[in-house]
Design a protein around this ligand. Sequence first.
Ligand SMILES: NC(=O)c1ccc[n+]([C@@H]2O[C@H](COP(=O)([O-])OP(=O)(O)OC[C@H]3O[C@@H](n4cnc5c(N)ncnc54)[C@H](OP(=O)(O)O)[C@@H]3O)[C@@H](O)[C@H]2O)c1
Length: 245
Amino acid sequence: MSKDLAQQTALITGATAGIGRATALALAARGTDIIVHGRNKERAADTLRQIEALGATARFEPADLSDPAEVNALAERTGDVDILINNAGIFHFARTADTDPATFDAHIAINLRAPYLLVQALAPGMTQRGYGAIINISSGAAATPGHGSGIYGATKAGLESLTRVWAAEYGPDGVRVNAVAVGPTRTEGTAGYGDAFESAGQNVALKRLANPDEIAGAVAFMASPDASYVNGATLSAMGGHPALG
Ligand SMILES: NC(=O)c1ccc[n+]([C@@H]2O[C@H](COP(=O)([O-])OP(=O)(O)OC[C@H]3O[C@@H](n4cnc5c(N)ncnc54)[C@H](OP(=O)(O)O)[C@@H]3O)[C@@H](O)[C@H]2O)c1
């Protein structure tokens, strides 16, 4: 594995599980120092052990992203980072009639406001250094919402819109901002969805669910020098869904 991301530091939100943890391992394998964010200490310790086994360095910075004060404190503690992966997210599916204000607010706070505050706090340091890569983890639900994915898909559509805004705002100073739109992936967060989720794999052209490391490969590409002229883009890592309209 090329160490093309050595000498760089990455903050990965939600790196204690699923796609975030796989992304932490993919970047660590390329030589990146990793700041593992999440809340669960046991899962964090497990992620740190796996990163250190790859010969990379890492530390854990906990924060509840639903609290803006904790998000800002997280940014202060992390300091200068070269790569920011806005991965942490929640997905509670319900039709509009069954979505209560607390569920609505939690999606906005964690999926949209937390990335916004982290970019506000961390992008200026990147622009001063003239280098940085920010990747926002989106979903197929941004472009093609399904029944029950209303507020979730709306936050991801908002995140893709902000991706283009930030690409324009920070691009002139050498900071690239992109998104990766993810298809149905086996993670801790989707483990409870059972048969309905298993069948979601049949709706994509590859006829299967993704494993987290397959998504992490796409994210690592967007963070790497191989994507040096990619800015303001949303990369589809959705197994070819929808391949046809
Ligand atoms: N899996 C899929 O099929 C799929 C499809 C499309 C898009 N995505 C997107 O991919 C991203 C990761 O999904 P995943 O399936 O890997 O999720 P997951 O397995 O549920 O893991 C979620 C991660 O986010 C963290 N997190 C959640 N709420 C948090 C909060 N309030 N404060 C701080 N951290 C919080 C969790 O940390 P702790 O456990 O330590 O609290 C955990 O590390 C999300 O943005 C999701 O929308 C996933």
